[in-house]
Design a protein around this ligand. Structure first.
Ligand SMILES: Cc1ncc(COP(=O)(O)O)c(C=O)c1O
Length: 274
């Protein structure tokens, strides 16, 4: 697959999206009589059958208190738990499995780093550098730590932030979607103009319609997107908008779903007489 919009070409082997989708049973559903078009992956991504089965297997066969049980059944569970830690360490090439700490989510991980590492290492007068693009989960803990220890927060603005990533499938969907959005009068797309600097997320607004209304009308078309400040009020303030509508893509999304999104925008405009 080669993605060209503006800037360098992004190459990768094409994904067999039809096959990948078969691993995600949830995607076969309809909502409101329409095929489910799930474009809220930045907030919650869907789980493949392999993950669902592994989780069921734990509860059906292995659930017990790990590390502290003195009976063989609990010891087996502890061994499986530690095997998973070793497997993750190998997968991400960590020098030691002791570096692998399981947490519930990004918010818990970032709070842990800010408070456990931060309280030990950040001192009065230190400067914590963050960016205007950070989710609250990577902003608020640092802000609170700075207040607590007397450090300073420096916020890097959008123009100075470089983006390091390449997810070719999601970018190919963005490359497909962006020109279509740009053709629709009244649609403002946020973020860099060149594909090279983008990730698999497209935030936009339709002039005259609040993003919450946009998402509600999209819902009637089976299209699930996120509307609001996306837990990033500094960026909303910087962009001068109260909220945006956000479509976030993943490896199971398709160009047909991008067409459904574009169709939903036309429906929203029609409903509002715009
Ligand atoms: C960009 C971004 N960062 C962080 C988070 C927080 O993630 P978690 O739910 O894993 O704490 C979210 C959640 O929506 C997010 O969209």
């Amino acid at each position: 697959m080669a993605v060209t919009l503006k800037g360098p070409t992004v190459k990768s082997a094409p994904l067999d999206v039809a096959r990948i989708r078969k691993d995600f049973p949830i995607l076969a559903q309809t909502v409101r009589g329409k095929p489910l078009v799930y474009l809220d992956n930045a907030a919650t991504s869907q789980k493949p059958r392999q993950v669902i089965d592994a989780m069921s297997q734990v509860f059906e066969e292995h659930n017990a208190n790990i590390h502290r049980g003195v009976y063989e059944f609990s010891e087996r569970t502890t061994a499986l738990f530690e095997e998973a830690r070793a497997k993750v360490a190998r997968f991400i090439n960590a020098p030691s499995e002791r570096e692998i700490i399981f947490v519930r989510n990004a918010t818990e991980a970032l709070n842990l780093v800010a408070y456990a590492w931060g309280r030990d290492n950040i001192k009065r007068g230190d400067r914590i550098v963050t960016t205007v693009l950070e989710h609250h989960s990577d902003f608020v803990p640092w802000q609170q730590l700075a207040t607590e220890v007397g450090a300073e927060i420096a916020v890097v603005d959008i123009d100075d932030v470089g983006v390091a990533k390449i997810h070719a499938h999601e970018l190919s969907l963005v490359a497909y979607l962006l020109p279509r959005l740009q053709e629709i009068p009244g649609v403002t797309v946020y973020g860099p103009k060149d594909l090279e600097s983008r990730v698999g997320v497209v935030s936009f607004n339709i002039e005259g319609i609040h993003p919450h209304d946009v998402a509600t009308i999209f819902d009637r078309e089976g299209v699930c997107v996120r509307a609001g400040h996306h837990c990033n009020q500094p960026l909303m303030t910087r962009l001068g908008v109260p909220a945006t509508t956000r479509a976030s893509m993943y490896l199971y999304n398709t160009t047909d779903e991008m067409d459904a999104l574009v169709g939903a925008i036309h429906t929203a405009k029609k409903v509002f007489g715009i």
